[in-house]
Ligand binder design. Sequence first.
Ligand code: BES
Ligand code: MN
Ligand code: ZN
Length: 496
Amino acid sequence: MHFDIWTTGIATVPVECLILGVFEEGELTEEARAVDAASGGRIGALLARGDLSGKIGETLLVTDLTGTKATRALLTGLGPKKNFARRAWRRALSAALTAVARTRIASVALAVTRPGAKELDDYYLGRAAAELTGATLYQVNDLKTGKKPKAAALDTVLAGPVRRAGAAAARRGLAHGSAVAYAMRVQRDMANLPSNVCTPSYIAEQARAIAKGVPTLKVQVLDHAALKREKMGCFLAVTQGSEEPAKFIIMEHRHSKSAATVVLVGKGITFDTGGISLKDPGAMDEMKYDMSGAAAVIAAVGLAAELRLRLNVVGLVASCENMPSGKAIKPGDIVTSASGQTVEILNTDAEGRLILCDALHYARRYKPAAVIDIATLTGACVIALGAHHTGVMSNDDALAREIISAGLRADDRAWQLPVTEEYAEQLKSNFADFANIGGREAGAITAAAYLAKFTQGMKWAHLDIAGTAYVGGAHKGSTGRPSPLLADFLIHRAGR
Ligand code: BES
Ligand code: MN
Ligand code: ZN
């Protein structure tokens, strides 16, 4: 894919198709007006006929255009003018790129007036262009035999309009956007694979493959014996019912000794049956996505290296299956975590927090400026926030705000839930330091309250992506979230 910007007059942009915006009120954007004038009112005539309503998601391909070097235009609806902001602009571009991907058009110029430089500067224009193109053209790595559907013809995307003064920023945005698209693809490819292919060993291999030949990246994989040496009793408890070997993957992007370190911790349950506290069979296949946090972490560390971010980024991935068997942990079992605290496992289906707590403890040795765990942790978070916002819980409000801002800029939104002390009371146990579940109320928060017991003294945030990392039903698949949010967070931390 070739990305660049366009700065000259719209009539001379050397592409096959211009992407132009039209408001729901029937009003044309600046670039659309220019093309309309050059073509003798062609676009206005189509709108007058009612061929495009201007609603977001609606598009219309105009062919045999005259007066411009491009002989086609793809009109895309921007919705009502008063709601026009970053998100509407992005959705309109997505719809346009999706429509282009169904044609044999090979080159396009994005010429949809931006909602305003404050909403979307030149850098984010470039970033959105590359990222949305990548996301639109993504093809699921299915295991179907027979011919793959033909790839889209699209191979050139020019972002604009950009003034000369903004060209460098826009080009930087394009490079960063390509990296974000790549990170999303890495996450989605891994998460879409079934658990008999995407095992903990497979995830470790992927981390190694990404690091291969990249001088700033280092990967180390701890096996069962090493986990015992690290005394990761909670992680070991989850994996003990499974035949598939567990892996603890350490992936480091090292910028310099003096740079601050961000540690990302990923939940890598390659399949979550619930264990002895067995899940309902309905949609249990979706528990193959329970390693989405791990995939996002590996993708983010890879992105940090690709963009040579001036930051040390460490990815820690705890990966295993959660299975019922004669060797599996049972409700009421008590284990000792790497931190030394004891845990009564009242529900074996609350396994994510068990593997994360030992990984979070491991993070301490890096003296991180911030540690963020990413996990498909609770069904309760899906009930609270649905598929639209990732749940953010933190012991540091500034860090939570930083994450939420990154999500807004990246259009990968997150919403904060409170983790005040009261919630920890729900974790009380008669027999151990605390239990691994806190009852029905505030399930997303009590999971975070459990993790908070292992992160004291560190600036920590927890992202619950159970509702955002994948979609079920007819369009089942990984979404690649929260890779855009993580990328934005790291890029900003490093100083873009
Ligand atoms: N992986 C699940 C959480 C989940 C549920 C992700 C639905 C995506 C969709 C997690 O391991 C789990 O089973 N959590 C339990 C916790 C409960 C036992 C306290 C849950 O949410 O039901
Ligand atoms: Mn579970
Ligand atoms: Zn799980």
